[in-house]
Design a protein around this ligand. Structure first.
Ligand code: DC
Length: 226
């Protein structure tokens, strides 16, 4: 059975991971949330007071970081481990969200993450979501999807998600963080977020998750026939 690489990119909170997880489940592929890797690195930097403006400090810190994904049967998806600790419940906190885009602009951090991501794609049969998957990590991916949604829709989605964990969070905070990350992610020097020339755009502002999945599965079918 032919297996392909599916690269899913797009702005923050536009449903990339949801789509990637749905596709992986349906196709029995491995799902990788590349953003979780940048978040775990950021968590390490914050916890250990690493000055990420210092090249040396970053270089040294990266030597002490091991990232792994482990499948969680209960959730039906993978959890990220930072030096053998499951950090899934910390990496989406506002504190990490406020710094992750800045940390992700650092060349050595990107090289560290991208090398591991490319290794995970060796055997194909993988769905990875992020910002630079179709452009940098897997430029030869058979299927590239660029997901987008209206800002208001994205803010509302993220707010719902975060409010469930922290009732003090405000809509303004969420909106500011989202807009800031979109700006930094799109304007950084090293592999900025941009649509790959051969990516297909999927705007999910006004469609359901099931509709989104059906559309993407049709694209997968076409690629599997090629
Ligand atoms: O997908 P996410 O929102 O969890 O990603 C968090 C941050 O990580 C995002 O703001 C930018 C960075 N990121 C990146 O630079 N490249 C990727 N492939 C994935 C995420």
């Amino acid at each position: 059975m032919k297996k392909i690489i599916i690269a899913i990119d797009g702005f923050s909170s536009c449903g990339k991971s949801t789509l990637a997880k749905q596709l992986a489940k349906k196709l029995n592929y491995v799902f990788v949330d590349s953003g979780a890797m940048y978040r775990a690195i950021t968590l390490y930097f914050l916890r250990n007071h690493i000055d990420w403006n210092s090249e040396n400090a970053v270089h040294e810190a990266l030597q002490n970081i091991t990232l792994d994904f482990e499948y969680n049967d209960l959730k039906g998806t993978s959890d990220i481990f930072l030096n053998d600790e499951n950090v899934e419940s910390f990496i989406r906190d506002m504190l990490v969200s406020e710094s992750v885009s800045e940390v992700s602009t650092i060349k050595e951090v990107r090289e560290f993450a991208v090398a591991q991501q490319q290794q995970m794609g060796n055997k194909k049969g993988i769905v990875m979501d992020g910002r630079d998957i179709g452009t940098t990590v897997f430029p030869d991916a058979e299927l590239k999807i660029f997901v987008t949604a209206d800002v208001a829709v994205r803010v509302a989605r993220r707010y719902q998600e975060l409010f469930a964990k922290d009732a003090n969070i405000t809509l303004e905070e969420v909106q500011q963080n989202l807009e800031m990350r979109d700006y930094i992610d799109s304007n950084r020097e090293v592999s900025p977020l941009k649509k790959a020339n051969d990516a297909i755009v999927l705007d999910n502002s006004n469609i359901t998750r099931d509709e989104q999945l059906s559309i993407a599965l049709e694209w997968v079918d076409e690629k599997l026939k090629d």
